[in-house]
Design a protein around this ligand. Sequence first.
Ligand SMILES: Cc1cc2nc3c(=O)[nH]c(=O)nc-3n(C[C@H](O)[C@H](O)[C@H](O)COP(=O)(O)OP(=O)(O)OC[C@H]3O[C@@H](n4cnc5c(N)ncnc54)[C@H](O)[C@@H]3O)c2cc1C
Ligand code: FES
Length: 279
Amino acid sequence: MANEIIFKEELAPEVKLIKVRAPSIAKKAKSGQFIILRVDEDGERIPLTLIDWDPKEGTITLVFKEVGASTKELGKLEVGDAIHDLVGPLGKPSEIALHSKVCVIGRGVAIAAAYERAKKMKEAGNNVTAIISARTAKQLIFKDQLRGVCDKLYIVTDDGSEGAKGYANDFLRTLLESGERFDLVYAVGAATLMRSISETTKPYKIKTIVSLNSLMVDGTGMCGCCRVTVGGKPMFACVDGPDFDAHLVDFEEFRARIHMYDEEERVALKIAGECGCKS
Ligand SMILES: Cc1cc2nc3c(=O)[nH]c(=O)nc-3n(C[C@H](O)[C@H](O)[C@H](O)COP(=O)(O)OP(=O)(O)OC[C@H]3O[C@@H](n4cnc5c(N)ncnc54)[C@H](O)[C@@H]3O)c2cc1C
Ligand code: FES
């Protein structure tokens, strides 16, 4: 069955991994790309990063956090159920090249995307350090997989329940102040994380790439929903990204745009919760 879920696992509270039958996407997928899915015919379009893909098996792996009405609906699907539709792979693939020393940073659910990038950077011959962060130890995912592909793995939690206590940007700053150097820093997570990492690496002139999780609708450059300003120029995250040079991104505008519909999303979630259906 097309788009059938063949494996499902809960990785952390409200964070799920699913393996989906999607042979044509699995055949073409590249690092850093994403898909857009709808759980059912009337569903909202949800962009999710491709965490893994197996062209032989014809499957793709997605990891998502249940943050609103649509991701909660997706979380209700079980093995044997099918996702209504899936399009992809979308977006420009990440540049995976030999940079020598690379630092990959991810927070929360985005640790899965950081793992995918770390694995590909390692396969390209780089020395790879990963810094993963979360609110508490419970939200840390993909630790063993990262240990398998990284030369060094640092863990940072806000409350100090595992690894160093604090935030990934402060941890990175301490590493840089102690003389550590990277040729490339790659950060993926919430807007605040990506912005703070960008501000940390800027004085050191370290090339820094962020993967922007803008709000998206069509994913093909037509609707304008995912517009971001990069280097003073308007870009569309779905076709020009999602990877961009962090030091050129207008994070103020980016943050404002991703929170544009927060009130409407809160209402949608409340309605879905009250009537047991989607908004
Ligand atoms: C290219 C791309 C790749 C992504 N990859 C993943 C992934 O691999 N795993 C994953 O869990 N999520 C990923 N996201 C984010 C995911 O698409 C959203 O969480 C999802 O669409 C929310 O839908 P919802 O209806 O459940 O929540 P909504 O009701 O739409 O939103 C609930 C809350 O989450 C916030 N929110 C919604 N969308 C985003 C967003 N894109 N960025 C930041 N905050 C947002 C809203 O402001 C609101 O506060 C990605 C987004 C993009 C653009
Ligand atoms: S999502 Fe519509 S232009 Fe990018």
